[in-house]
Unconditional design. Structure first.
Ligand code: ATP
Ligand code: MG
Length: 354
């Protein structure tokens, strides 16, 4: 008996539509009678906003709630302020569906020149686990407008760290590390300078680590970690960090692999009470949108993460191997120094699925 999964596709803006089409083509090629995906596409995004004054339908979350997963493109267009488009759609889904764990693998692809690749071609791959619900992006604070007239306004931006929030993301990261060949979890912190939230973070990490004696651990200050990503990434396996720290580190990680266009991500509701969302890390890239040259590899990798989440790790691995075959053969999109179009890369990946 095969299984049928209902997937909501939200291509949204700019290159989002092009890379979602690519990812869907790969998914349709790798699935079959055993795993069937039934797609529903939503036309939400900045064009929808121009027509309706909203980034998504008013009952959007209710419409999405029954799906097994959400496959997302990219959000944002110069006609809509960034905080409106982001909060109106992507963050509304992340928060509405309590997608508190964000995973961003840092994968180096064969045949792709990266600033880090060494002469001996060391195999590098690690995963950044981002706390996606609190921390520095909790939205706490305010601006003291009254002080304006006196020449110096005051603004306060607070971070929120809860013991339960720290504990769940750390258990999630430990479980992930436990399933990998190198069982190591590195916690990112800034407890030398931030004496409340980050110290709580460190204490919870130490306590949870006791439940995972089979996973090696270490802690690293975020500034030192930025240097370590570049100079000594060989011993990284899973890295867990707060919302802000992981946001920055995962962009650094994707840039190190050669281009933002290759980075995949998953916004997970690990309890599976709500659908999780899979999306490339890159944005809508207005400068190249509509030209058919967007790199689809980040979106294809996100499709692989979705397959894994739905319970098909073998198919996910097939997709990732096919991408490696294609980059190794030199079929590279423009951002990776090649001339292949989005469609060229996509058909090459489908051919390489084997
Ligand atoms: P956001 O604010 O939505 O996170 P951004 O505006 O900072 O994103 P992007 O829209 O991702 O950034 O674009 C940044 C740069 O990376 C642009 O020059 C863009 O062309 C390039 N880029 C992004 N995604 C891709 C892709 N899939 N293929 C090729 N180039 C890309
Ligand atoms: Mg943008």
């Amino acid at each position: 008996m095969g299984s049928m999964f209902r997937i909501a596709a939200i291509p949204a803006d700019g290159v989002g539509a092009e890379v979602v089409e690519a990812g869907r083509a790969v998914l349709d090629a790798v699935t079959g009678p055993g795993i069937e995906l039934s797609w529903t596409e939503f036309d939400w995004g900045c064009d929808y906003y121009a027509r309706t004054g909203r980034m998504m339908a008013e009952d959007g979350l209710e419409q999405l709630a029954g799906f097994d997963a959400i496959y997302f493109g990219a959000v944002g267009w110069p006609t809509v302020p960034d905080h409106v488009s982001l909060w109106g759609l992507r963050l509304a889904v992340c928060q509405g569906f309590d997608q508190w764990a964000n995973i961003r693998p840092v994968r180096f692809l064969p045949g792709v020149t990266s600033p880090l690749r060494k002469a001996d071609d060391t195999e590098l791959d690690w995963i950044v686990v981002r706390e996606n619900s609190e921390g520095e992006y909790a939205g706490l604070g305010g601006r003291n407008l009254a002080a304006r007239g006196r020449g110096s306004e005051v603004a306060v931006q607070s971070s929120l760290f809860t013991e339960s929030g720290c504990e769940r993301i750390m258990r999630f990261a430990f479980d992930l590390a436990r399933g990998r060949e190198r069982r190591r979890l590195t916690s990112v912190t800034k407890s030398n300078a931030q004496q409340y939230g980050m110290v709580l973070w460190d204490e919870v990490f130490e306590r949870v680590a006791a439940d995972y004696p089979d996973v090696e651990t270490d802690s690293c200050l975020v500034d030192a970690m930025a240097a370590r990503f570049v100079l000594r990434p060989e011993d990284l396996s899973v890295v867990v960090a707060s919302n802000l720290h992981a946001d920055i580190l995962s962009d650094l990680g994707s840039a190190l692999t050669g281009s933002l266009g290759t980075a995949a991500s998953a916004n997970l509701n690990p309890e599976r009470r709500f659908p999780s969302m899979f999306e490339p890390v890159h944005g809508s890239a207005p400068d190249i949108a509509g030209q058919g040259v967007a790199n689809p590899i980040g979106a294809i990798g996100s499709a692989a993460l979705m397959l894994e989440h739905l319970g098909f790790p073998d198919e996910a691995a097939r997709v990732n191997r096919a991408v490696e075959t294609v980059t190794a053969a030199g079929v590279l999109p423009r951002d990776l120094g090649g001339t292949a179009t989005t469609k060229d890369v996509t058909s090459a990946v489908i051919d390489a699925l084997g």
